[in-house]
Design a protein around this ligand. Structure first.
Ligand code: 9WN
Length: 419
């Protein structure tokens, strides 16, 4: 069974391979996405190390001069996805979007180095990538934390990777829709519309893109100019973990200054994360940076926070919260608390289970010694695959496969878990 699943997963990676990068799935997403690529590299690393490094190299070859790594790289023309490069108009030599995504690269590179069967290859490739990843982390702190709070904000829901989370509903009311140019969504021609964001959400996504475009994609302006500024604990945990991993790698390769700076960013972040903790919710919450208030919305972001080295009592509380959620669903981890009225078991980030998030949550739990619940998450993840194949996401009650199929990062995580 295990060998069979690994073989199927490898075939998906090969099928979605476009040379130097993979597409998340055929049809729905025909370009390179940022965090998809870094997590997919983990899958490749078990059977083709060279190809794993290339996946991350190709992404970083499209880093912006200011340090940002864009969320999509449009390597080829394809009108199967909206919004394409003609909407973003960022003026990059290879067209890219103008926003970013969760910075998992530092974490992924460390994994690749640690497990390298070819250490010389790993050292060469890691040494070339480290300064680029460090520049991206510095960009985050400079452009997305201008007040120096220790935590960065996202300025568009697409940056979080959790596009239509219930977390954004209230803040999104602040984003207008006047002046949005007419558009033709392509996602609902590839996937079931009831599994996707709504039209009203898309209008706001596009309003933000047009707003940032008018500001010339100048990252010294975008943060303050955005009506959507949210501090997401999951996103910040990924950044903190990547800073820690980068610091360890920098030490290993004798890059003392980079190590020290990265260590400092991580420790500032860990200290500041506590401002997002809610005793009442028993987890971390998002913060609306415009008002300073915590967003009372118990989502997976506050559980993914354990991907960073948070204090042990916090990790224990998250484990408890996950155990309680485990009584409400057949498959952990639902992307939102099912007892909330807005929960929707089929609609994208408003309830379904995502394997990549499961993987990161479980990884954090193992690190903090919460292995019982971590093992349940892994077991549930593999049951989903056996039952419903390599989908984009799954109904946490029924295991119904949702969104795109033959999904690259889902396959990559299966290889990672079973190898
Ligand atoms: C917008 C590619 C991406 C993931 C995101 C996921 C989804 C895009 C979309 O697909 O977002 O970036 O058009 O729906 O939400 O996490 O990286 O798999």
């Amino acid at each position: 069974m295990t060998e069979d699943l690994i073989a199927q997963a490898k075939a998906i990676l090969r099928r979605n391979d476009r040379g130097g990068y993979t597409v998340p799935t055929h049809g729905l997403y025909p370009f390179q996405w940022n965090w998809d690529s870094c997590l997919s590299a983990l899958g490749f690393s078990h059977f083709d190390e060279e190809r794993a490094w290339t996946e991350i190299d190709t992404l970083f070859a499209n880093q912006w001069p200011d340090g940002m790594v864009p969320h999509i790289v449009f390597h080829e023309e394809d009108d199967g996805y909206f919004p394409g490069p003609e909407v973003w108009r960022t003026g990059r030599p290879v067209p890219t979007s103008g926003i970013t995504q969760p910075p998992v690269a530092g974490f992924a590179v460390r994994r690749l180095v640690e497990r390298a069967r070819n250490p010389a290859l790993a050292e060469t490739r890691a040494r070339a990538l480290l300064p680029k990843i460090h520049a991206w982390h510095a960009w985050f702190h400079r452009c997305r934390d201008p007040q120096g709070s220790g935590l960065v904000a996202i300025i568009h829901p697409w940056e979080s990777g959790r596009d239509n989370s219930i977390d954004w509903d209230d803040v999104f009311e602040r984003v207008p829709t006047e002046g949005v140019e007419p558009f033709n969504r392509r996602d609902i021609q590839h996937a079931n519309p009831s599994h996707r964001p709504t039209q009203a959400q898309y209008e706001r996504y596009i309003w933000l893109v047009q707003h940032f475009r008018r500001l010339g994609w100048d990252n010294s302006k975008l943060h303050d100019a955005s009506p959507f500024q949210v501090v997401d604990p999951g996103f910040n945990a990924i950044l903190i973990r990547s800073c820690t991993d980068l610091a360890d790698l920098a030490e290993r390769f004798g890059l003392a200054e980079m190590a020290e700076q990265s260590r400092q960013l991580a420790s500032n972040g860990i200290a500041a994360m506590d401002t997002l903790w809610s005793d009442a919710a028993g987890q971390y919450l998002c913060q609306d940076r415009t008002t300073g208030a915590l967003i009372q919305s118990p989502s997976i972001a506050g559980l993914l926070a354990g991907f960073a080295d948070i204090p042990a009592p916090r990790a224990k509380a998250i484990a408890k919260r996950l155990a309680a959620l485990g009584e409400q669903v057949d498959y952990l981890v639902p992307s939102h608390d099912p007892s909330v009225a807005a929960f929707d078991s089929l609609r994208y980030w408003r309830g379904p289970v995502w394997l990549i998030v499961n993987y990161m949550i479980a990884d954090g739990l193992f690190r903090s010694g919460e292995s019982v619940i971590a093992q349940r998450i892994i077991a549930d993840s593999l049951r989903l695959i056996e039952r419903s194949g390599f989908a984009e996401y799954y109904d946490p009650h029924t295991a119904e496969p949702c969104g795109g199929d033959q999904f690259t990062w889902t396959a990559a995580i299966v290889i990672e878990l079973l190898s």
